[in-house]
Design a protein around this ligand. Structure first.
Ligand SMILES: *Cc1c(COP(=O)(O)O)cnc(C)c1O
Length: 413
C-alpha cells in the first residue's frame, strides 16, 4: 500500500512521463471549468486507482460518492456486461424490460411508490422542482406563477441556470444571471428561519440532509425532523437531495433515516449509477408523481435499459444492508483516526459514516491534497481550506488507517 508500487499486467501500458503529455492535451482542448490534481488515471479496482505511469493511489474521494461501491465492482460490471449484450437504449417512446424492475425495486428501497428516471443529479433536482411547482398549482392551489421554493445557505444542487439561481457561491453564480425567480434561501440548520419563510405560496423545501460540497456540513440533531414537521403542518413538500448523502454513505440508506424522516421526494444520483454511468431519479408517492402527464417532462436517455440494469444491481446491493453496515462500522474507525490529527493543523473535523470534512489551518486544502497525492492518497479540497474524504464503502480498515496516517504525516510535515 504505497503510492509508488506498480501493478501487474492490466496496466502494462504504463509510460513514465506520460502524465504531463496527457495533462497538456486536456488543458489545450477542454474548458478549464475544473482544476484537477495533476494525476492521470488509467485503471481502477475497488478502492484503488493506477495512473498512466503505473503509480497506485487509494481513492479517498470516490467520485464525490458516485463510486460508493468502488471501481468496477464485479456485480455491477457483470450487470452492465449482461445488458450490453441485450439492449442499451430505446428512448421512452417504447417500453424496455428493465425499467419496470428498476422502478419497483428502487421505490421499495425508498419506501415510496414511483420513480421518474433521469441521468445526472442536476436533471433530477430540476425534475423535483418541476414536480413541486406543478403540485403547488394543481393540488395545493397556489395562484399561477407564484410558486416559491425554499432552499438553504451553502447549498449545492448542481449547475443548471435554475439551480445556480439559488446558490450563494459566487464562483457558481457570477456571470450567469439573470437568476430564475421563485426561490428564497434561509440559513442552513435554522428551523425557525424556515418556519418564518414559509407562506401560502411555498410549494417545497429543498435540502441536502448533510451538505457535501459545502464541506460535509452536518445540521444539529432534530433539524431534519423539524423540517419534516414544518412541511407537514404547512402543506409544503420536503424534497431531500440525497444525491451525495444517500445510498449508504452515512451508514444508513439515506441520511434522512437517522432522524427517521421520510421526505415527500428523494432526489438520487451519483452512486445510483454504480460508478459506471449516470443514473438519477426522483422517487415519490404515486399521488405526487401523478401530477406529471405525457409530454410534460422527459429525457432521451432517462430510464434506458443499460442504466436500469446497473441501477437494479445497485438497489439489490443496498437491499442487503451490508454496505450501510460497513459505512457505519468503518465510520467509527474513521472518526477515531481523525481525532488523532494534529490539533495545531486542523480547526474542525466533521464525520458521518464514511464521510468527513476536515478544515485545515496554515495551508490551503489544495496544497494538502497535492501532498497526499504524492503519498498515494487521492482526496479533494473544497471551499479553500476543507478536505473532503469519501472513500468507497468497500475500503478495508487497514487501508483507511494507512490513508489517515498519510494525512497525519502530511499535515505534520
Ligand atoms: C453532485 C450533486 C448534484 C449534481 O449532480 P450532477 O450529476 O453533477 O449533476 C446535486 N446535488 C448534490 C447534493 C450533489 O452532491
Amino acid at each position: 500500500m504505497t503510492g509508488t508500487a506498480t501493478v501487474g499486467a492490466d496496466t502494462d501500458t504504463s509510460v513514465p512521463g506520460a502524465s504531463a503529455a496527457a495533462i497538456a492535451e486536456v488543458e489545450a482542448h477542454t474548458a478549464a471549468n475544473y482544476h484537477p490534481l495533476p494525476v492521470v488515471l488509467a485503471h481502477g479496482e475497488g478502492a484503488w486507482v493506477t495512473d498512466v505511469e503505473g503509480n497506485r493511489y487509494l481513492d479517498m474521494l470516490a467520485g464525490y460518492s458516485a463510486l460508493n461501491f468502488g471501481h468496477r465492482h464485479p456485480r455491477l460490471v457483470a450487470a452492465a456486461e449482461r445488458q450490453l449484450g441485450r439492449l442499451t437504449l430505446t428512448g421512452r417512446a417504447f417500453h424496455n424490460d428493465q425499467l419496470g424492475t428498476f422502478a419497483r425495486e428502487l421505490s421499495v428501497l425508498c419506501g415510496m411508490d414511483a420513480i421518474l428516471p433521469m441521468n445526472t443529479g442536476a436533471e433530477a433536482v430540476e425534475t423535483a422542482l418541476k414536480l413541486a411547482r406543478k403540485w403547488g398549482y394543481e393540488v395545493k392551489g397556489v395562484p399561477a406563477g407564484r410558486a416559491k421554493v425554499i432552499t438553504f445557505s451553502g447549498n449545492f444542487h448542481g449547475r443548471t441556470i435554475t439551480i445556480v439561481s439559488f446558490s450563494d457561491d459566487p464562483a457558481a453564480t457570477r456571470g450567469f444571471g439573470p437568476p430564475t425567480p421563485g426561490f428564497v434561501s434561509v440559513p442552513y440548520g435554522d428551523a425557525a428561519a424556515l418556519d418564518a419563510a414559509i407562506d401560502d405560496d411555498t410549494v417545497a423545501v429543498l435540502l441536502e440532509p448533510i451538505q457535501g460540497e459545502a464541506g460535509v456540513i452536518i445540521p444539529s440533531d432534530g433539524f431534519l425532523a423539524a423540517v419534516r414537521r414544518l412541511c407537514t403542518e404547512r402543506n409544503v413538500l420536503m424534497l431531500a437531495d440525497e444525491i451525495q448523502s444517500g445510498l449508504g454513505r452515512t451508514g444508513e440508506t439515506f441520511a434522512c433515516d437517522r432522524e427517521r424522516v421520510r421526505p415527500d421526494a428523494y432526489v438520487l444520483g451519483k452512486a445510483l449509477g454504480g460508478g459506471i454511468l449516470p443514473v438519477s431519479a426522483v422517487v415519490a408517492s404515486a399521488e405526487l408523481m401523478g401530477v406529471f402527464r405525457p409530454g410534460q417532462h422527459g429525457s432521451t436517455f432517462g430510464g434506458n435499459p443499460l442504466a436500469c440494469a446497473v441501477g437494479i444491481e445497485v438497489v439489490r446491493m443496498l437491499g442487503t444492508g451490508e454496505f450501510q453496515a460497513r459505512a457505519r462500522e468503518l465510520g467509527v474507525v474513521l472518526a477515531d483516526l481523525l481525532a488523532g490529527l494534529p490539533r495545531d493543523r486542523v480547526s474542525a473535523v466533521r464525520t458521518r459514516g464514511l464521510w468527513a470534512g476536515i478544515d485545515v489551518m496554515g495551508r490551503t486544502g489544495r496544497d494538502v491534497c497535492e501532498g497526499l497525492m504524492r503519498r498515494g492518497v487521492l482526496a479533494k479540497d473544497t471551499h479553500g481550506s476543507t478536505i473532503r474524504l469519501a472513500p468507497p464503502l468497500v475500503i478495508e480498515r487497514a487501508e483507511l488507517e494507512w490513508a489517515v496516517g498519510q494525512l497525519r504525516e502530511e499535515l505534520g510535515a
